[in-house]
Write a protein that binds this ligand. Structure first.
Ligand SMILES: [Zn+2]
Ligand SMILES: [Zn+2]
Length: 473
């Protein structure tokens, strides 16, 4: 069955027809505003993304090998590399935090780059490499957990923090890390789910010499064609209602099997879910665990400083208060937002979404969908404090003169970040829309009209049900 011409919104389940001509068109769902990935024809050269990925891999090696920061104090010198930070945490009996830093700042970005190159280079030559499905899935799985940009901010915060007590010199690794952050931003704008369509075309045509140079980008934004037909609230239909399901990994729309609970995608073999099973229970459990871990994260010391003058414990809020009173208020604001505000915001928003979804509420669905996307996006930034602790512990290691070690709150705080990120991944955003009605909201103002303009031509209408039947049979 060919549903190639259909596309389903991964956040609200609405069905759309793919436009015939999507060149340079970037689209978002007219009902929930989610960006559409894997539209063929959104031109981004495969050569270009191959080159950026390869360059990012080289810069990655440089950033890992050279010191990020050098510090001189009382005639003694210390330096911090990324591996050095992991090593200090590991030998300072903070092994779980060491593994968190290693995975988020080193391992996951490296896996993403290597796996991408593994699939991109052969595809560029018109070959589908072995284990293609597993490799593209791997890129999709590790991508949200790579936090190089947060680590970069952590290095900057550490420099500002240290500059008042010692002479701090940025190392060559820092410039490489800055470049890497920009390059990974470009790589992240590339949506790997579009690769399945390319590999399928290659397989179908069986022409190994065919070269593919255009693939879709993941960067989508609102496209508001002035002359587009308006989708009224009665015309649209969801995939669930049409008896279809969209693959979460590759986006392919296919018929839902009522009997097979473990139905797999015909293209990428990913398990298909009409709605993620036990989504609300899992989200609620993870949120509860995160809320419990948030208490010791704030009450216990995150760093322990001992010097000739005595020893001192530092909590997260104590650190923010110290920066504020010592005049470093921009630093105080950054640390407060990342370490206090963002985790609380994530907990509150996800609790609100879970409660509203479990009650089947249709209240302000579009706003709730926007909040969900916000939580997904800001998730990794609260890791900032953990990175700052890791770097500070590495730098301030002057024998009997002054030593800083990580406190138990670092572990609790890392747990909060990971648990809230897991909770937001477990939440199925389609639950927000299940009781809203199938169509886009009625357009009342001029601006609303533009928003409701069907970006991918029109959502599939109920009038098309007959044609659906013919496709299905
Ligand atoms: Zn949508
Ligand atoms: Zn699939």
């Amino acid at each position: 069955m060919d549903y190639q011409r259909l596309i389903v919104c991964h956040e609200c389940d609405l069905l759309f027809r793919k436009p015939a001509d999507v060149k340079r068109h970037r689209a978002a769902c007219s009902r929930c505003g989610a960006g559409f990935a894997a539209l063929p024809g959104c031109a981004l050269s495969l050569d270009w993304i191959c080159a950026v990925t390869l360059a990012a891999l080289i810069v990655f090696c440089i950033a890992q090998s050279f010191p990020l920061i050098e510090m001189h104090a009382n005639g003694m010198t210390s330096e911090a590399t990324l591996f050095g930070a992991v090593r200090s945490l590991w030998f300072g009996d903070m092994r779980v935090v060491a593994v968190m830093v290693l995975c988020s700042a080193v391992l996951f970005p490296l896996i993403e780059l290597l796996a991408l190159l593994y699939v991109l280079v052969p595809l560029r030559l018109g070959i589908r490499p072995p284990h293609f499905n597993a490799m593209v899935r791997l890129v999709q799985i590790v991508r949200p957990w790579g936090m190089v940009e947060v680590f970069m901010l952590g290095v900057l915060v550490t420099i500002v923090k240290m500059v008042s007590i010692a002479q701090v010199i940025p190392g060559p690794g820092l410039f490489a890390l800055g470049t890497l952050t920009v390059m990974l931003g470009v790589v992240a704008s590339f949506d790997p789910s579009g690769l399945w369509a390319i590999s399928e075309e290659i397989r179908r045509s069986r022409m190994a010499h065919v070269r593919w140079s255009k693939v879709s980008t993941g960067r989508q934004r609102f496209m508001r064609p002035s002359g587009a037909r308006k989708a009224s609230s009665s015309t649209a239909i969801t995939a669930r209602r049409a008896g279809l399901v969209g693959c979460h990994a590759c986006g392919l729309v296919q018929t839902r099997s009522e009997r097979d609970a473990h139905q797999r995608c015909t293209r990428c073999q990913h398990v298909l879910h009409e709605r993620r099973p036990d989504s609300l229970t899992r989200t609620a459990s993870l949120l509860l665990a995160a809320a419990i871990a948030y208490i010791p994260a704030n009450l216990l010391p995150i760093m322990h400083a001992s010097s000739v003058g005595g020893s001192e414990d530092d909590t997260i809020l104590g650190g923010v208060a110290y920066f504020w009173t010592s005049g470093d208020w921009p630093l105080a604001v950054v640390v407060f937002i990342a370490s206090v505000l963002v985790p609380v915001l994530k907990l509150v928003v996800l609790t609100l979404l879970t409660v509203a979804a479990s009650r089947g509420s249709g209240w302000r669905a579009r706003e709730r969908a926007t909040l969900y996307r916000l939580v997904e996006r800001i998730g990794p930034w609260s890791m900032l404090d953990v990175f700052v602790v890791a770097l500070t512990v590495t730098l301030v290691h002057f024998g009997s003169l002054a030593v800083i070690t990580a406190g138990p709150a670092a572990l609790a705080f890392g747990a909060v970040v990971i648990l809230t990120m897991l909770a937001s991944h477990q939440f199925d955003p389609r639950l927000i829309w299940d009781n809203v009605g199938p169509g886009p909201r009625a357009a009342s103002t001029a601006n609303d009209k533009a928003l409701a303009a069907p970006l991918l031509k029109n959502p599939i209408s109920e009038k098309d049900d007959a044609s659906f039947q013919s496709i299905q049979t």
